[in-house]
Design a protein around this ligand. Sequence first.
Ligand SMILES: [Zn+2]
Ligand SMILES: [Zn+2]
Ligand SMILES: [Zn+2]
Ligand SMILES: [Zn+2]
Ligand SMILES: [Zn+2]
Ligand SMILES: [Zn+2]
Length: 248
Amino acid sequence: MAYRSLMEIRTDPHPILGEGKEILHYSHPQHTLALISLPYLFKCMGCKEHGAGNRFKCLTCDFVELHEFCALAPPSLKTHSLHSQHPLIFYTKPGGYLRSRCDVCGKNTKGYAFRCSTCNFVMHPCCAELTWEMKFPVHEHTLKLLSSSISASGDTDLGCDECKRKRSGYVYGCRICQYHLHAVCAKNMVNGLHSNGIKPPEKPNKIGRAVMGAASHVIVGFFGGLLEGIGEGVGGALFDTVAKKDVQ
Ligand SMILES: [Zn+2]
Ligand SMILES: [Zn+2]
Ligand SMILES: [Zn+2]
Ligand SMILES: [Zn+2]
Ligand SMILES: [Zn+2]
Ligand SMILES: [Zn+2]
């Protein structure tokens, strides 16, 4: 865990799997959560992102599951390798619609997030597990974040060797060969998806899209000019729907 050595932690910083590790978490005070490993996809109740493998799960309530790093997130980070200039505060609720895009992976924050106490920097708890220099199971060499991509808010020109797409957010590069890896793709090696052979479900399914289409005029009317700040996720789906309507 990238930041554990820097921070005081609420619970045992080295939970051991298979020894009945349980915590009482403020998000679900009625039952204890057990640290278990299941090879299936789950949606974290805290950050609203996906995970697989290790998780804190309520054994009574099926839907209550948290990433290990979300459940054990410290209330603040004095410093972080991806934002060393200011302390970061852990928030359990997302901020306003205008500034919720994670600086590291480029996706919106919809739940738990670390926010800078001074500037606009924000990142997912999963992204806080990434460091400036890191080794990933998909490449033999240690990768470094490319400084040229740090301030880029739009898509980068560097193709990612994992997803073969162009996406926003930070990009890791290899100094030895011409290998590149998006931070957003590197997340899947932190949240357990990669090691469990699960592809992240990113696009809304057909039913979700149909519902979104029916409701889009209401939502568009409601948010009006704020749409631009929503970005990926719900905003992205809205843009798709709106764009399609314009064409028809
Ligand atoms: Zn989470
Ligand atoms: Zn429960
Ligand atoms: Zn992120
Ligand atoms: Zn800052
Ligand atoms: Zn990628
Ligand atoms: Zn390499």
